[in-house]
Design a protein around this ligand. Structure first.
Ligand SMILES: Nc1ncnc2c1ncn2[C@@H]1O[C@H](COP(=O)(O)OP(=O)(O)OP(=O)(O)O)[C@@H](O)[C@H]1O
Ligand SMILES: [Mg+2]
Length: 254
């Protein structure tokens, strides 16, 4: 059974008596241990899809299940099983780096000593050991995202979700963070869904790339084996097919 199953998922928002479809008949599956990148243009419904995965939004139609259960309906079942790294760091400004990294563990009622031990382990992994007593405002954007990554991994989730986590960082910092993040994912073999609007980033990170149209539905499902990642010509060819799919979706009359 796939770890994540999304079947004919539709999400309709109501804004001042007007309905708006953010997701329309979206279908995809993610296997256990797979790292899948999701790419689509701005406003196509990527974050909404992530919110449904996290159980923060209720599907209007269709079904999204993780391990056969629906995150919105079975919210408590998923406590400690899912975690996310968001586009903005979402750190608590009044807490130190260590206190932010222990936050998820605190919610899950881990004993104090264990919380600190686990959080310190992950802060070391992301290179922030010497900053555990610093406050978020004392850190760079890249460092704050590292705290977010440590916080996400520290609860040892089954599924890790990332929403444009490196989108607002400069290219060099983003590349470094991407490499580090990828190594951690490989080391821990977590099932991961990585959302981005950057096709290069999707092709670099994903073992498979799902290309979304607007509203969110599946336009392409592309395997990216390691041999393709090492072949710039092949990668450029896939990138141009993805751009073509997204552009021709944009010109469709709905
Ligand atoms: N709570 C909400 N109420 C009403 N409309 C919403 C809500 N959340 C999202 N939308 C709308 O749904 C559409 C998809 O939004 P979403 O944030 O999922 O896009 P996105 O693909 O993540 O965009 P970006 O790449 O800019 O982050 C947008 O038009 C947005 O205005
Ligand atoms: Mg978004």
């Amino acid at each position: 059974m796939p770890k994540i199953e999304c079947h004919n998922l539709t999400k309709v928002f109501w804004i001042r008596n007007q309905s708006f479809e953010a997701i329309k008949d979206l279908n995809f599956e993610v296997d256990s241990g797979e790292l899948v990148a999701v790419v689509g243009k701005t406003g196509c419904g990527k974050s909404t899809t992530l919110n449904v995965l996290l159980g923060l939004e209720r599907p209007t139609h269709g079904r999204l299940a993780i391990d056969g259960k629906e995150p919105y309906k079975d919210f408590d079942f998923f406590r400690g099983k899912l975690s996310a790294v968001f586009q903005t760091d979402r750190l608590l400004p009044w807490r130190t780096v260590l206190q932010n990294a222990t936050y998820g563990l605190e919610i899950l009622h881990f004993p104090q000593q264990e919380r600190v031990k686990k959080a310190r382990y992950w802060l070391e992994k992301v290179g922030l050991t010497h900053f555990e007593n610093a406050y978020p405002h004392e850190l760079s954007g890249g460092m704050r995202q590292r705290v977010g990554i440590a916080r996400a991994f520290s609860i040892d989730p089954e599924v890790l979700l990332c929403d444009e986590a490196f989108g607002h960082l400069d290219e060099v910092t983003a590349r470094q963070l991407r490499d580090d993040f990828l190594n951690l994912i490989r080391e821990t073999k977590k099932t991961s869904v990585f959302i981005t609007h950057d096709i290069d980033e999707a092709l670099e990170l994903g073992e498979r790339v799902l290309v979304l149209g607007k509203p969110a539905r599946l336009l392409m499902n592309v395997q990216v084996p390691p041999a393709t990642k090492e072949n710039p010509t092949k990668q450029a060819e896939i990138k141009s097919r993805i751009i073509q799919a997204i552009e021709s979706d944009g010109t469709r009359k709905e």
